[in-house]
Design a protein around this ligand. Structure first.
Ligand code: ME8
Length: 524
């Protein structure tokens, strides 16, 4: 391993259950991480971006049984669908972990052993409710009864009564230490509303947690007691340290990347990440992660997304229909990150046509075509700058700093809003300066206006790369920006501006409009 001078940034997605095909919710979480990973790489960080699949537990075992195949064969097949999705969405993860890999089983055995040796785990017996769908234990008080008298978990999952010998993790002893950790690290859980929910849950008192099961086999055996397999959440959470080389902590990536900078999760699994996981880690003598961000939940045209309702949004179809960059943009622009959101085809088409094709696409297309026509397809030589010119320049130059601030708190929608404020300002400037009128009367001024605009598009295209890699790269090609000049450093240094005289290729539109008549027939 070579030491690197660059600051590190380690971020992870949840590892997805392989009981079913990937849907838009899975694509969303990984997309958010992908955008952040790309942003940090462009900003000079040494990034490790991890995703993968959660392949053990009763839920996966049951799905394999239903499909009539061995769980390993089943998980091989379904895990591949998640890899295919990652390829299709051009996710830039550095590692894809599967919990059925040997490296992971070793890490699980080791964390168990450390917890056991530290007196954090004891043998007892569990009698209580379990929801296979959530792979979670619930207390009687958390359950509600449906009209048929069946008990359900807060998530709506069915629960069953379980009585079996079980190892327990002494979670009850961690209340004060967890609260102290939240207090000392106010940004450990974001958004703030979620942080408050976790704090009140922990303040309400913690019970010891059952961490082994005996009634099925599909999992990692408990060291020295083959009758038990590890609770799937202890197994699953450990993936985040497996992937950096745990149990080796000195000479592996662990030394570089742990503690993780960010675990990105959906709000459904916040408790596992913000309560159990830091307690497991501290109990094993390891550092907890720096941040857990819990984003919101997508519905489809106002309805909960569920297989039984038949309204699952297939990300492959979405990309096929609207284009990858369009889907990437929409998902992160439509909903304030952290809030719940509703997917609608109408909203998708509106943003695609209004914000991408009209605002951004037209700006670039107009400016690049004028340069092609009136400036011999070369970056024009600017004359003296007016107050309006420098105001727009200043806005462009300030954009990077704002993006850094907003991306550091995972505020993707605000980052995009800020970029769009710049796009709108540039469009207002084009209309006000009307460079097409200047061609005959004042060609020097025309060249200046087009230079200012090209420079703005330069900044915009660099900064939209994490969100829309393909379209941004096409724009950068059209501005004649070399591959090695596309990092953020290249728009902040002395020689960061476009070089007059640079020859440009023929301009091409990068954001096609979506035909409205297709929109009318758009279904789920
Ligand atoms: O929970 N809207 O896996 P999982 C937004 N294996 N995000 C959604 C979503 C929706 N409608 N549906 C799913 C597990 N997600 C465990 C994780 S981690 C150590 C183990 C996303 O396949 C969201 O990120 O059920 C959610 O947290 C995750 O998928 C749940 O994936």
């Amino acid at each position: 391993m070579t030491a690197s001078a660059a600051p590190t940034y380690y971020l992870t997605t949840p590892i997805y259950y392989v009981n079913d095909a990937p849907h838009v919710g899975h694509a969303y979480t990984t997309l958010a991480c992908d955008v952040l990973a790309r942003f940090k790489r462009l900003d000079g960080y040494d990034v490790k971006f991890l995703t993968g699949t959660d392949e053990h537990g009763q839920k996966v075992e049951k799905s394999a049984q239903a499909a009539g195949v061995h769980p390993q064969e089943f998980t091989d097949r379904v895990s591949q669908n998640f890899r295919d999705l990652a390829d299709h969405m051009t996710f830039s993860h550095d590692d894809f972990i599967r919990t059925t890999e040997d490296r992971h089983k070793q890490a699980c055995s080791e964390i168990w052993q450390r917890l056991f040796d530290n007196g954090e785990i004891y043998l007892g017996s569990y009698a209580g409710w379990y929801a296979v769908r959530d792979e979670a234990f619930y207390t009687e008080a958390e359950l509600t009864e449906d009209p048929n008298g069946a008990k359900t978990a807060p998530s709506g999952a069915e629960v069953e009564w379980v009585e079996e010998p079980s190892y327990f993790f002494k979670l009850s002893a961690w209340q004060d230490r967890l609260l102290a950790y939240y207090e000392a690290n106010p940004d450990f859980i974001l958004p703030k509303t979620r942080r408050n929910e976790v704090i009140s849950f922990v303040k309400g008192g913690l019970q010891d947690l059952s961490v082994s099961r005996t009634t099925f086999n599909w999992g990692v055996p408990v060291p020295d007691d083959d009758d038990h397999i590890m609770y799937v959440w202890l197994d699953a959470l450990t993936n985040y340290i497996t992937a950096v080389g745990f149990p080796e902590t000195e000479t592996s990536e662990y030394a570089q990347y742990w503690p993780a900078d960010l675990h990105m999760v959906g709000k459904d699994i916040l408790r596992f990440h913000a309560v159990y996981w830091p307690a497991f880690l501290m109990g094993a003598g390891l550092k907890p992660p720096k941040r857990v961000f819990a984003h919101g939940w997508w519905t489809n045209e106002g309805q909960k997304i569920s297989k039984s309702l038949g309204n699952v949004i297939d990300p492959f179809d979405l990309v096929e229909r609207y284009g990858l960059d369009q889907v990437r943009y929409f998902l992160l622009r439509e909903v304030p990150f952290g809030n719940d959101g509703d997917f609608s085809h109408r909203a998708m088409v509106q943003r695609m046509n209004g914000e991408l094709a009209n605002d951004y696409g037209n700006l670039a297309q107009r400016v690049l075509s004028m340069i092609a026509k009136n400036c011999d397809s070369r970056i024009p030589e600017p004359g003296e700058l007016t107050g309006n010119d420098t105001a727009l320049f200043d806005q462009a130059v300030a954009l990077l700093g704002k993006q850094r601030e907003l991306m550091d708190i995972q505020s993707f929608h605000e980052a995009l809003e800020t970029i769009w404020a710049m796009i709108r300002a540039a469009n207002v400037y084009v209309d006000a300066q009307a460079p097409w009128k200047l061609r005959k009367e004042d060609p020097v001024r025309m060249a200046t206006v087009l230079y200012v605009l090209a420079e703005c598009i330069h900044h915009l295209a660099i900064l939209t790369q994490p969100f829309m890699p393909k379209a941004s790269s096409k724009l950068l090609d059209q501005l004649g920006i070399a591959e090695d000049r596309r990092v953020f450093d290249a728009i902040s240094g002395e020689d960061s501006m476009l070089v007059p005289g640079t020859e440009l290729p023929k301009p091409q539109g990068v954001f096609p409009r979506f035909a409205e008549e297709q929109d009318a027939g758009a279904g789920a």
